[in-house]
Design a protein around this ligand. Structure first.
Ligand code: DGL
Length: 275
């Protein structure tokens, strides 16, 4: 007889993002076959973060994450949003009592991969300007040149694609030309996708780059980090996608995407009204 471990014994992992970009991290966790119960929380009422003021985000992000942890009894939270992580990781850690894994631009692997010594960093307009990003480049860039571009509307284009719409092709073109048409852009041979939405539109971006480049994102490393932190608690099964949560009263498209992705239910999370 097969002895089944009760579901509630599996660690609960909460993947948080401003929107549905966290699904690229969920994909990485599925590929790594972590034996956990997964919950995805999208702050849909406040999407996109990449064009919001820091003062507002630093208040909102910890509050939404706390509400998400409470609603899901999470044992570990992944801040699957570079824009939020590069601003508010320390603040989030000071507000919660479970381990917090941040998702930040993958500068270190990119620096190890580049042959030309020039890396392209594609992120939201906020992430490219953060001092956290400067520090990552200084600490892990290994002296390589990093050309940055803050892409306007690209996360929204990824959401549109997920919803089954056709995103405006000009958004992809503007993102790639903003990155590669800079002085020195011809030498870029590694592109860091430093927003969790961007791996979801990598094919559209790749089609616009006329030469081979290596695309790097943080998904695999995050799955490895989560596995390391939860090693003794996981069972050998693949993850179960439990609940999708939104702050915006899940619209039909978001609900369809999350259910289509495999989440069992989609619900609205109520977050304190002053936010
Ligand atoms: N997915 C988020 C990130 O990794 C940002 C998208 C947004 O602008 O809200 O930065």
């Amino acid at each position: 007889m097969v002895r089944m471990k009760p579901l509630k014994n599996r660690p609960h992992v909460l993947v948080f993002d401003s929107g549905l970009g966290g699904l690229s991290v969920v994909n990485a966790i599925i590929n790594a076959r972590l034996g956990v119960d997964l919950f995805h929380l999208a702050d849909t009422a406040y999407f996109p973060y990449g064009e919001k003021a820091d003062e507002a985000l630093i208040l909102r992000v910890p509050a939404v994450i706390r509400a998400g942890i409470e609603a899901t009894s999470a044992d570990l939270v992944i801040v699957a949003c570079n824009t939020a992580s590069t601003l508010a990781l320390d603040t989030v850690r000071s507000h919660v009592s479970i381990p917090v894994v941040g998702v930040v631009p993958a500068i270190k692997p990119a620096a190890a991969l580049t042959q030309t010594g020039t890396i392209g960093l594609l992120a939201t307009p906020k992430t490219v300007t953060r001092s956290y990003t400067d520090q990552l480049i200084t600490e892990f860039g290994n002296g390589k040149q990093v050309l940055r571009h803050g892409a306007v509307g690209l996360a929204g284009a990824a959401e549109a694609k997920l919803a089954g719409e056709t995103p405006d092709p000009e958004i992809f073109k503007a993102a790639i030309s903003g990155l590669l048409d800079q002085k020195g852009g011809d030498a870029v041979d590694v592109i860091v996708l430093a927003c969790t939405h961007y791996p979801l539109v990598q094919a559209e971006l790749e089609a616009l780059v006329p030469r081979p480049v290596t695309w790097v994102d943080s998904g695999e490393a995050i799955a490895r980090r989560a596995a390391h932190l939860l090693q003794d608690q996981m069972d050998p099964e693949a993850p179960t996608l439990r609940r999708g949560l939104t702050t915006g009263g899940a619209d039909e498209a978001t609900r369809r995407v999350l259910l289509g992705f495999g989440f069992q239910t989609v619900e609205a999370l109520s977050v304190s009204s002053q936010l």
